[in-house]
Every structure is written in structure tokens, then in C-alpha cells.
Ligand binder design. Structure first.
Ligand SMILES: O=CC(=O)O
Length: 329
């Protein structure tokens, strides 16, 4: 390891403790800009193109796409990309593979925080928080024996699509809500499912039986728009759909139609397509959707843990050791 090796950090808000992990060993170059907001992203793109030539590692701090243009500018010196995120659908995996560049992500460390947001979304949709909060703002409180009544989690069937770290953390957190039964679906039955008392079923069975459906799957060609007009039609009329994965898991036009026509009860979304969702988007006209601005992992501790894991992956890669959390070795 040597200070001759340069590491580029793609955003100016990367935690100090993670910068230190890198700067103890390498020369660290940090972008002057953040990646949040379209205008910052635009200037940051130029900044990164300017800074990346000669860098051995790139720490990526957002879910904006890593472009071929950036990888071309990096050239042969780039050995590893460490994305500070669990999802890596923005990471041009095929390009990295073709160039022999290693890739790491930050799974697991964010599962508890994302699961907390999943629980918030379930409660937000089940207890109709969008319309109830609007009542408070308007000064018109209409709660009676028939108006604005929500749904109980107690006794409900909760279906998890994708029993990875986040899915499992959701089940653990919901256990205290006296849920009736947990179902899950995915590529195969998992021993962890049994340990959690969750039953493995097909996607169709999960959609037909669940009162609450939590999408905790990565975005891949297989999962893209897995929730569409056809699969929404399989859901119960009291179903609540929660998405903490990626916006493109859901066909939003079909979701809008299902919510508008009360084909399902409600939705809670931490992720949308695009992000930010435009202020005039039709989903924002509905009372029965509770939307958050992609804050799943946004706690001080979790963002720091993610950043430090990304930093340690760079250290491992540049010392010729196996990555801690590899996507591409
Ligand atoms: O969405 C957040 C992540 O993938 O880390």
C-alpha cells in the first residue's frame, strides 16, 4: 500500500471516519460536490471526470449511474469500485467485469435501518398517515367510527419478497406486532426462513394471500416491474404494498390505477422511479399512498457503517486481498 495510490471519493459528504481509513494508506481525492440534487449531480459529473484519471479506486456515494465515460476517463489505473450502497444496479457491472475492475457493495450493515423504514411505511399506509396528517394541517379532524379507519397488523399475513438481510430484519422487527403469519418468496427456500417461522411460497401465492407485501428484492432484469397490472390484480383488496427495494420493481402507472380504483388498500414507498418523484406526479394526488424520499439507510450510524465498509473494501482490494463484501472479485 502506498500514498502513490489515489482513491477518489465521489461526494463531499463522505464521513470523516471513512476518509481516515483511506487517507491512512492512500492519497485521497474528494469531490467538492455532493450527488444530491440534479444541479449538484451535473457539476459533480464534470468534477469526477476531471479527478479520476490515474485513480486506483473509486468510492461511489450515490445511486446515480457510473458511466462508461467515467470509466474511460479512469483508464487502466482503476482497480476497484466500492459503492456505498447495498444496491448495485447503477454500477455498470458488465462494463466493470469486462475491464477487470473489482466491485464491492455494503449489504447487511444497512438492513436494520431499512427495515425500520419498511415498518414505518407499513404503519404509514395501514394507518392512513398521508390523509390523517393532511387533516391536522387543515385543522379538520374527522376520525369517527367509519372515517379514516386503518387496518390492524395484528393477525395479518405479511409476505416478504426477497428474504435477504433486509427481508429478515423486517420479519424480526414485525414479530412484536402479533402478525398472524409470515410468508416469503424468492429463488429458493432458505434455512433462515424456517428459523424466523416464515413459510416459503410462490410469488403468486404470496400476492394472493398477503395483507401486507414488502418488496425487499434487488433490481435485476428478472425483478424489474415484477409488480404490474397482472400481479396487482392478484392482490387482496385490503393489501398494502411496501417498497424498500428500487422504484423500478413496480410499474407505477399500474400501481396508480390500482390505488385510485381501490383495488388494493394502500402503498408505502421509500423508492420511486424517478427519484425525486416530480411534485406533480399523479401518485402524489392520492391519499392512500405514503411516500418517503429514499431514506432507508439514512441514519448517522448506518451511513457511517456503510462508508467505513466501503473504505475497508478499498483497502483490501488495493492490498490484493479478497473484498469483504464482493460483487465482482
Ligand atoms: O438504497 C440504498 C442502497 O442500496 O444502499
Amino acid at each position: 500500500m502506498s500514498k502513490d495510490l489515489k482513491v477518489l471519493v465521489s461526494s463531499n459528504d463522505f464521513p470523516e471516519s471513512a476518509i481516515k481509513i483511506l487517507s491512512d494508506k492512500f492519497t485521497v481525492v474528494v469531490s467538492r460536490y455532493s450527488n444530491y440534487g440534479e444541479s449538484a449531480r451535473t457539476v459533480n459529473r464534470e468534477e469526477l471526470l476531471r479527478l479520476i484519471p490515474g485513480c486506483a479506486a473509486l468510492v461511489w456515494c450515490s445511486d446515480s449511474p457510473i458511466t462508461k465515460e467515467l470509466l474511460d476517463a479512469a483508464g487502466d489505473s482503476l482497480k476497484v469500485v466500492a459503492t456505498s450502497s447495498a444496491g448495485y444496479n447503477h454500477c455498470a457491472v458488465d462494463e466493470l467485469r469486462a475491464r477487470g475492475i473489482r466491485l464491492s457493495n455494503t449489504p447487511d450493515v444497512l438492513a436494520p435501518a431499512v427495515a425500520e423504514v419498511a415498518v414505518s411505511l407499513i404503519l404509514g399506509a395501514a394507518r392512513r398517515l398521508t390523509e390523517n396528517l393532511a387533516q391536522v394541517r387543515k385543522g379538520v379532524w374527522e376520525i369517527g367510527f367509519s372515517k379514516c379507519l386503518g387496518q390492524d397488523l395484528r393477525g395479518s399475513t405479511v409476505g416478504i419478497v426477497g428474504l435477504g438481510g433486509i427481508g429478515r430484519a423486517v420479519v424480526k422487527r414485525l414479530a412484536g406486532f402479533e402478525v398472524g403469519r409470515f410468508l416469503y418468496t424468492g429463488h429458493r427456500e432458505k434455512p433462515e426462513g424456517k428459523a424466523l417461522g416464515a413459510q416459503f411460497v410462490s410469488l403468486q401465492e404470496l400476492l394472493r394471500s398477503s395483507d401486507v407485501i414488502v418488496l425487499a428484492a434487488p433490481l435485476t432484469d428478472e425483478t424489474r416491474r415484477m409488480i404490474n397490472a397482472e400481479t396487482l390484480a392478484m392482490m387482496k383488496s385490503n393489501a398494502i404494498l411496501v417498497n424498500v427495494g428500487r422504484g423500478d420493481l413496480v410499474d407505477q402507472d399500474a400501481l396508480y390505477d390500482a390505488l385510485k380504483n381501490n383495488k388494493i388498500y394502500g402503498a408505502g414507498l421509500d423508492v420511486t422511479s424517478p427519484e425525486p418523484l416530480p411534485r406533480d406526479h399523479k401518485l402524489l394526488t392520492l391519499d392512500n399512498v405514503f411516500i418517503l424520499p429514499h431514506i432507508g439507510s439514512a441514519t448517522v450510524r448506518t451511513r457511517r457503517d456503510m462508508a467505513e465498509l466501503a473504505g475497508n473494501n478499498v483497502v483490501r482490494a488495493l492490498s490484493g486481498e479478497p473484498l469483504l463484501t464482493p460483487v465482482l472479485e
